[in-house]
Design a protein around this ligand. Structure first.
Ligand SMILES: NC(=O)c1ccc[n+]([C@@H]2O[C@H](COP(=O)([O-])OP(=O)(O)OC[C@H]3O[C@@H](n4cnc5c(N)ncnc54)[C@H](O)[C@@H]3O)[C@@H](O)[C@H]2O)c1
Length: 248
């Protein structure tokens, strides 16, 4: 999918990977609705992108993905301010084993809610025009990760949820694609959370050492590949330092 003139909504896009995905789409001529639970990072990212790309191409809406009404507001604002909905990136996530129930709410339930609203908004009978839903999982959604078992479970859930929808293509509608992005470690603040994992800093350090830490740009390249590749409905794209990109 060419990003030019498309409308995207990205959760958790105040900083980190979400912000980088937003920047890449804006650079390619898309219009983007930013959203985040943290109003400060949201405002500063909004100001930065508005000065770079103009207010007609960016909007923002505070949103905690665990609050259904917040998510609904982001979808409404995107359609109202940017006139459409073509790309939804369910990206917001945390890695905090000490708050495992909150993590399930954000990482898994937030993705389920965001996916259902995206499908609804993209359906032609609701005035939609189809599109792509990118659910941000992790390598921890494809392999077990000892120091963050609950995090790994949420990400396995995201992969299973996305694949399950795509098993019967007609259930998502012919013109809606749903895919997962499964990066290994990338240089964002979430890495610090891994180091504070309940199952021990040593295990976390060993895992990070084994897989290495990728640049955010490497993950953005994989994100753009998911948009561009056409026959990837229901697929999970992993990206690691050792193996690069690989579909599962
Ligand atoms: N960086 C990595 O190593 C890595 C690897 C694999 C997958 N991921 C996944 O990528 C996604 C983005 O993570 P990141 O690395 O950019 O981390 P990050 O901590 O830099 O950014 C996460 C963003 O999500 C927001 N957020 C947190 N809770 C939220 C909520 N309830 N509602 C809305 N927004 C919320 C935060 O405020 C923050 O802006 C996450 O789903 C994460 O699990 C990251």
């Amino acid at each position: 999918m060419q990003a030019a003139n498309k409308v995207a909504l990205i959760t958790g896009s105040g900083k980190g990977l979400g912000k980088a995905f937003a920047g890449a789409l804006l650079q390619r001529g898309a219009r983007v609705c930013l959203s985040d639970v943290d109003p400060k990072t949201l405002q500063s990212t909004y100001d930065e992108f508005v000065s770079q790309y103009g207010p007609e191409n960016v909007c923002s809406s505070p949103c905690d993905v665990t609050v259904e009404s917040n998510l609904k507001d982001v979808f409404s604002k995107t359609r109202q301010d940017l006139k459409g909905l073509d790309i939804v990136v369910n990206n917001a996530g945390i890695a905090d084993e000490s708050k495992w129930d909150k993590m399930v709410d954000i990482n898994l339930k937030g993705v389920v809610s965001g996916t259902l609203m995206a499908m609804d908004g993209m359906k032609p009978n609701n005035g939609g025009r189809g599109g792509i839903i990118v659910n941000v999982a992790s390598m921890a959604g494809l392999i077990p990760v000892a120091h963050v078992p609950a995090y790994s479970a949420t990400k396995h859930g995201v992969v299973a949820y996305t694949r399950s929808w795509a098993k019967h293509p007609e259930s998502t509608g012919n013109n809606i694609r749903m895919v997962c992005l499964c990066p290994a470690y990338a240089q964002t603040d979430i890495i610090k959370m891994h180091n504070r994992a309940a199952q021990g800093e040593d295990l976390a350090k060993a895992s990070i050492m084994e897989l290495g830490v990728m640049s955010v740009d490497t993950v953005v390249t994989a994100f753009l590949k998911l948009l561009d590749d056409r026959d990837n409905h229901g697929k999970a794209l992993s990206v690691t330092r050792a193996e690069g990109m690989r579909y599962f």
